[in-house]
Design a protein around this ligand. Sequence first.
Ligand SMILES: C[S@@+](CC[C@H](N)C(=O)[O-])C[C@H]1O[C@@H](n2cnc3c(N)ncnc32)[C@H](O)[C@@H]1O
Length: 844
Amino acid sequence: MSRKNRNKRGADKKGRGGRSNGNQERTDYTQLPKDNAKFENYYVAQGIVPDEEEFKKFWQSLKDTLPTTWRFTGSKGHAISVRNTLLTKHIPQLTNTTFEGTTIPAPTPLSWYPDQLAWQLTVGKQVIRRSPPFKQLQAFLVSETSSGNISRQEAVSMIPPLLMDVEPHHTVLDMCAAPGSKTAQLIEAIHAGEEERVLEASAQLKDTDPTSHPLEANVEVPEKLLGRATGLVIANDADYKRSHLLIHQTKRLNTPNFIVTNYDATLYPSLRLPAEQSEDGKRAKQQYLKFDRVLCDVPCSGDGTVRKNPLIWRDWSPANGNGLWSTQARILVRGLQLLKVGGRLVYSTCSLNPIENEAVVHAAIERCGGAGVVEIVDVSDRLPGLIRREGMKKWKVMDRDGTWFESWEEVRGKGEPYTDRLTRGMFPPEDAEGQLAGMLNRAVRVYPHLQDTGGFFITVLHKKGAIKAAPEGETVRTGGQRMKGVAVEGGNSGNGVAATADIDVPMVEEVGISSASTANGVKRALFVEEEEVADPGSPTKRQKLDSTVDTPVTEKDDDNDAPAPLDIPSANQNTKVEKEAEEEQEVKVSTKKPRGNFNEEPFKFLPASHQVLDIIKKFYVLSPYFPLDNFLVRNAEGIPVRTIYFTSTLARQILTENEGRGVRFVHCGVKMFNRQEVQDPEACQWRIQNEGLGLVESWVGEKRVVHLKQKETLRWLMKELFPRVEDCGEIRERVESVGAGCCVLRVDLAEDEAGKEVGRLVLPLWKSRFTLNLMLPKEERKAMLLRLFDDTEGPRDSTKEQREADAKARREAKAKEEGEDVEEAVEEEDEDDILGDVEGDEEN
Ligand SMILES: C[S@@+](CC[C@H](N)C(=O)[O-])C[C@H]1O[C@@H](n2cnc3c(N)ncnc32)[C@H](O)[C@@H]1O
């Protein structure tokens, strides 16, 4: 990776790992010496593993190769059916396998991951390549990964979403989400149990008359009635390019309850919800989205990933962690602000460093009002089987020059440059007996030597009361310099009176979240121009923001409409006034032109009465319960040109309420219908996309459904790229009677036909005059053929041979008729064909 692509601390653009090995770099860093005295001494001195013998094991484990781990993804039913192939087909073959006289360990499930859906494999590449059963396992893993049923993910990285207790009605924000492995888990949690609920709901509603039902057709139908999840996951990343990885990573989950945004999480904007009418109907009160669950998997130094990022051995420095502390704390505070009272936030890093972990959690909780407002949840009884260590209550701070500090007082005693580079908030609680200090051990530390994993830190926070947070844009002074601050930069002065924005140096120290990172280049990323967070459409608020710069504000101001100023309540100050202040507080959407190439087509919803939707509804005989309000297109004109997407109701409300505000929405909606040119005037031009099929299939009328019962028919349909209707066997009659166009294939295998193994399967079919095609991506076909039928060759076009033979016969007949030398004519034509192929290839 070029220098240009790294920031000054040497981190790559992923913000993680400090020096991870990007794809462009071909140097073999595995050969780097796995030693760094500074790195080792730092953790000895911090006492992260106090027992000397255990520390040796811990340190040695950092040098060992990391096992390969993966998760079975998608809906639980589907994930379990793919996992069963591993269990029944591969594991028996892999158990007691020997290689060059040694028994090779088979893959094992991670003991703490539910339903045996996560696995690890400790075998090296050499064995995998040369041992036939492991080679077969590899083929299975590769094929299921490419079709999206398996996701490679570090074991420890799977922990945070499991501790979030996400439920289908939850609103969830993943603040630093790319590349999205945890986002995928959150989405899966939102949709848990959905398949069964939808089947039940559609069966129940099938014979009910929608006109007699309180919910009429084309009325906003609550997803709940349809068995669908009502919640939403918003995944965000500050890096625009990386935010697109989120789309890719979650593609196979086909969720309409998902939005991707592109923001600096420290400045995450308040998203509008539909206004709420006052009881007398005279006033509409603006509502903002708050979250039941927030994940802050923040950018970190990543030294817990040293087993797979060998560059960390070379480049480790305490400045990496120190430099990120401020961003991490700001992200966490913003996350807590956006969390509902009663909600749960998980803060995690893949760093071992207490500065990026306990120190951030401690400082952020203090800033939000202390342990009375935000509590660290004891999760010691969760995920039995996961061996862990408690969070630290004591630590020290090392400056980049190697000087150790036990307390902030010591730093102040030494003065500059240390006061510029370090800050009070990095230190442990002064009152070691205090309520907050007493909770820090509830944090979870996972060390590599405990279960052969990477290193990780997780804290689960519970918001007990409203946080009265400070606005963005105040001026902060540190080290004698004035700077424009972005998110929250304030503290509780202890007497309930707000701290002013124009904070003098001691006050910044009190607050604890200053710009300690000035010297190592992080600061610039943390501070932006004030205009960037102002909203010109709201002059009163803007004025108010400006006024906070110099004017001390008291609680009285909370009654005003303006965003709350810098006063942060103490633990016991959750008064009604403060609650209101929090409700009204809004971080504005940036009005500045987005940096980089932010370039997204608008999201335009189609009216439920749109004529295209009407055509679709009639052709597929859609149940009147199916919501037609949630279809969108991606063009400014709102015209269905090529693709129609489907979203959940809450996603629609958020997109429409925030339209025109310049919100950086990157993605929302599942491809549901694609336009296809058709000859037959009876056929609908809009075919159901594989991505959206699961969402609509239960609501498609029998007129467009084909039922398949025999496994062999399924194999044949998957194997043949162009199956002829006349060869359709058991479904021939039915297929002949279905009009041309898209239809739904339901696979209902009898149990003795291995229906359990196949699971519930519904696939999109395209019926034309003579052929019938499964519309599945090639990788998916291949993976299914391998998993269900042990077919390693993949799909074939057996009509090609026939077509070629037919063509040859036609040419021969023609030549005979014209009295030519048949052999010569055929040879000439074959040559033409070959040349034609070559030309075609070149064109491609
Ligand atoms: C540790 S990675 C996240 C990994 C991700 N949660 C996962 O499980 O796949 C940190 C991410 O934070 C992003 N990031 C860095 N600074 C950020 C900020 N200020 N706001 C939002 N995202 C940020 C980086 O682009 C990076 O993708």
